[in-house]
Design a protein around this ligand. Structure first.
Ligand SMILES: NC(=O)c1ccc[n+]([C@@H]2O[C@H](COP(=O)([O-])OP(=O)(O)OC[C@H]3O[C@@H](n4cnc5c(N)ncnc54)[C@H](OP(=O)(O)O)[C@@H]3O)[C@@H](O)[C@H]2O)c1
Length: 280
């Protein structure tokens, strides 16, 4: 990554996203992140600018549970910046109950899959113009527990929090693999990753519902948010992965993914549905 590089990351206000912003800011790149709340965005911008001396760190207000907001954020980004070297789809949710987005879509599907799907597609022209460029999708190893339930994609018939989350992270991985195929020869790469298990809000809300002994043991497996950011930072910056695309990474290593993440018929069917939902 060179100092003129521009990185755009969703969900830079806490956890892994915030640590990814911090690490990338130290490279001297221009780092733009999304925040839902201006106060939270300002606090992160101020803290990281002060710490790294990188005055380009900035944020755009955006709610990934709204297609209109995603479109507005992509427009604003394109208005302000003429290139995009790295897009990191990091923001994610794991709601405890079934919830719907502003567009009336089950929240895991909306924020963890349809939001990165729409944002990436809207920014693809600028990523192509800026090639070589990279797209990084923060998935989760929980995708292995997932299946794409075409008969109940939005968990209307039955909802369990982990299966809705796992399905959305599998959908993101299928999107990654299909997009890598479509982008062959374009100079734009796209990879996905599992960050590790980190005691951020997304995890802690589940820990609070666990039996105390199970919670105690589970918490001992946590790595820090900064460690959780390492694979995203590696994929964003390392020359070793400049020509790698369509792969799934854990601990900065490409690892083989489960059969359900390689089913391109499912990926294509899902993409057709996603396009209809986000009106692409
Ligand atoms: N922590 C883990 O153990 C773990 C494991 C596997 C995968 N992951 C994945 O890692 C990614 C980052 O999670 P984290 O652990 O850093 O969790 P986190 O601390 O809860 O951070 C989630 C981020 O996503 C943002 N976000 C949530 N809903 C949003 C929405 N509707 N619009 C815009 N932004 C939204 C949050 O913004 P606000 O500050 O406004 O809430 C926050 O910046 C997620 O994709 C998650 O699925 C995490």
């Amino acid at each position: 990554m060179h100092t003129q590089s521009i990185v755009f990351i969703t969900g830079g206000t806490s956890g892994i996203g915030k640590e990814t912003v911090r690490a990338l800011a130290t490279t001297g790149a221009t780092v733009v992140f999304t925040a839902r709340d201006a106060k939270k965005g300002e606090a992160v911008q101020e803290e990281i600018t002060r710490e790294t001396g990188n005055s380009t760190v900035t944020f755009l207000i955006g709610d990934l549970s709204s297609f209109a907001s995603i479109r507005a954020v992509a427009e604003e980004f394109k208005k302000r910046y003429s290139r995009l070297d790295v897009l990191i789809n990091n923001a994610g949710v794991l709601p405890q109950e079934r919830q719907e987005s502003k567009d009336g879509i089950e929240l895991n599907l909306a924020v963890n899959y349809l939001a990165p799907f729409l944002l990436t597609n809207l920014l693809l022209p600028v990523l192509k113009q800026s090639a070589p460029s990279r797209i990084i999708n923060v998935s989760s190893s929980m995708y292995t527990e997932g299946e794409i339930r075409f008969d109940d994609l939005e968990s209307k018939k039955s909802f369990t929090k982990y299966s809705a989350y796992a399905q959305s992270k599998l959908a993101l991985l299928l999107f990654t693999k299909k997009l890598a195929r479509d982008l062959k020869g374009s100079g734009v790469t796209v990879n996905a990753l599992h960050p590790g298990v980190i005691g951020t809000e997304i995890t802690m809300q589940n820990v609070r519902t666990m039996n105390p002994l199970v919670a105690f043991i589970f918490k001992r497996t946590f790595i820090s948010p900064a460690q959780g950011a390492e694979t995203s930072v590696y994929l964003a910056t390392s020359p070793d992965v400049a020509n790698i695309s369509g792969e799934y990474f854990e601990k900065k290593k490409s690892v083989s993914s489960a059969p359900q993440a390689n089913d391109m018929d499912v990926a294509e069917k899902l993409e057709t549905i996603a396009k209809t939902k986000v009106l692409l």
